[in-house]
Design a protein. Structure first.
Length: 487
């Protein structure tokens, strides 16, 4: 039986017993049979990925419309929903056809916060989105010159595995936090404990829905039920709809599971094309613009790197050298997604770690993206219907996927401290700082420092030296800005 990315037999999606011939042009183009998949698995995977990341249709508009630019202007929430869905639909389909990997794209969380709370207060919305377009163009140039792909190839395999494990913990933590199972204790509490269980304990029907979803998901996975993750999302959403009608529930968070009054809502494309690539240079100093763009590039660059490696590893698609197939095309499409996000005023679009939910359902090719992207396209018109899935129903899938990705930890040689310590920091820093980029940076710096301290600096690829220096700047950006007098 073919081993999965974790090294364990892939019982849920076993390899075919003998050679399988492509059944048609779609099969040959997407290499569905060649990768041991089926149309059914790809479709289920596409649906699962959409439902685990559909929250971005609610969250991105909330973040961007909740901020004001330098002139006090605000972005229209309805237009933001359209822009978010449109970019996700188009770029996810392009990734499926051009990259042939089950990697969906949408407005990046974290990056949209940078746009809303760091860029917008210094300039107009058009100028801020112009910087996103500029960032995406620069990333595309880095891809076309081979530099971005070379950096990924220069990373030792154990660190790539650590990135996957770290992302697994991170995505599980996201699920727990977004469902309210884990909450931050306010600073006013005067306690040294930063997080807690619920509000001190688990209360309310929304929390019951999440716990029910987690139990249902793990039971279905343990029993190796086909479509386990998608079944869990659908069943748990139905339960949420029933409870929302039957009980007096004050809040579900971002999304309330309630049947809408109308099924169709016309899209508003008013934000498309509202950007100015060089407008920011007239609003703030050149040094400030350079530092802002550098921060965007670094965050986008390594978030994508971690996501692509983590998801493709879980899908067992890495080659014998541990490399991502067609990496150059994948990275170029991801860079183009940043450009598209800025051009549509939806913030920088990037590859989503929630794609792992589709992989968990068996997706192994870009064919799954046609359905994920198609659902985002439908969301342009049926947003009231397709956004009724509350986070409490989607988050259990993230917890389950976190477990699946965590199993790769056994491939790391924990007796070799020159590898084990950087791997540990990579894994720990991601969930603890709520950032994939921070975890990768901590691991890279630790790897370079330890190798140097052991007198084995020559073992470090020269690109890792360069990237590590960039991470020094990334982590020390505040004192650098103060030193340069731009803050």
């Amino acid at each position: 039986m073919k081993p999965s990315a974790t090294g364990a037999p892939n019982d849920a999606f076993p390899a075919p017993s003998g050679p399988r011939l492509p059944s048609g042009p779609l099969d040959r183009f997407f290499r569905i049979s060649e990768r041991g998949s089926t149309y059914g698995r790809e479709i289920r995977g596409g649906f699962a990925t959409f439902f685990t990341m559909a929250y971005i249709l609610v969250l991105n508009p909330i973040i961007l419309s909740g901020a004001k630019d330098k002139t006090g202007a605000e972005l229209d929430p309805a237009q933001l929903v359209t822009a978010t869905a449109l970019v996700a639909a188009v770029m996810t389909v392009i990734m499926g056809i051009g990259g042939n990997l089950p990697l969906a794209l949408a407005a990046g969380l974290g990056l949209n916060a940078v746009v809303a709370f760091q860029l917008a207060p210094l300039m107009t919305w058009d100028d801020a989105m112009g910087l996103i377009v500029l960032e995406g163009i620069i990333i595309c140039v880095l891809v076309l010159t081979g530099l971005r792909e070379a950096v990924m190839h220069a990373i030792p395999q154990p660190l790539k595995q650590a990135i996957s494990v770290g992302i697994g913990l991170f995505i599980a933590f996201i699920g727990f936090v977004d469902a309210g199972f884990v909450t931050r204790i306010p600073d006013a509490a005067n306690t040294t404990v930063p997080v807690q269980l619920g509000t001190g304990n688990l209360t309310g029907w929304p929390m019951f829905v999440f716990c029910f979803g987690v139990v249902l998901t793990i039971v279905l996975l343990a029993r190796k039920v086909k479509g386990a993750i998608l079944i869990s999302i659908v069943v748990t959403t139905v339960l949420a709809l029933v409870l929302n009608k039957a009980a007096d529930i004050k809040t579900w968070g971002l999304t309330t599971p309630d049947l809408p009054d109308t099924l169709v809502d016309s899209p508003d494309f008013g934000l498309l094309g509202q950007f100015d690539v060089f407008g920011a240079f007239g609003q703030v100093s050149v040094v400030t613009v350079v530092l802002l763009v550098f921060t965007l590039i670094l965050s986008d660059f390594f978030d994508t790197m971690g996501t692509v490696v983590g998801v493709t590893a879980e899908a067992d698609l890495l080659d014998e050298q541990g490399q991502v197939p067609g990496l150059g095309r994948v990275l170029l499409i991801d860079g183009a997604a940043a450009v598209a996000g800025g051009a549509a005023s939806a913030s920088s679009a990037t590859t989503y770690i929630e794609s792992a939910a589709g992989v968990g359902e068996g997706a192994r090719t870009g064919f799954a993206n046609l359905f994920t992207g198609g659902l985002f396209a439908i969301a342009l018109f049926l947003t009231p219907v397709l956004t009724i899935v509350p986070m409490q129903a989607a988050a259990p899938a993230l917890v389950a996927v976190g477990f699946l990705m965590m199993t790769q930890v056994k491939h790391i040689d924990w007796d070799r401290y020159d590898i084990a310590i950087p791997a540990f920091l990579t894994i720990a820093v991601m969930p603890f700082t709520y950032s994939i980029t921070n975890g990768i940076g901590a691991g890279f710096l630790a790897y370079v420092i330890i190798k140097t301290a052991l007198g084995r600096a020559r073992e470090v690829h020269w690109l890792l030296w360069g990237v590590s220096l960039l991470f020094v700047v990334y982590f020390a950006i505040d004192p650098i800005e103060q030193l340069l007098g731009v803050k």
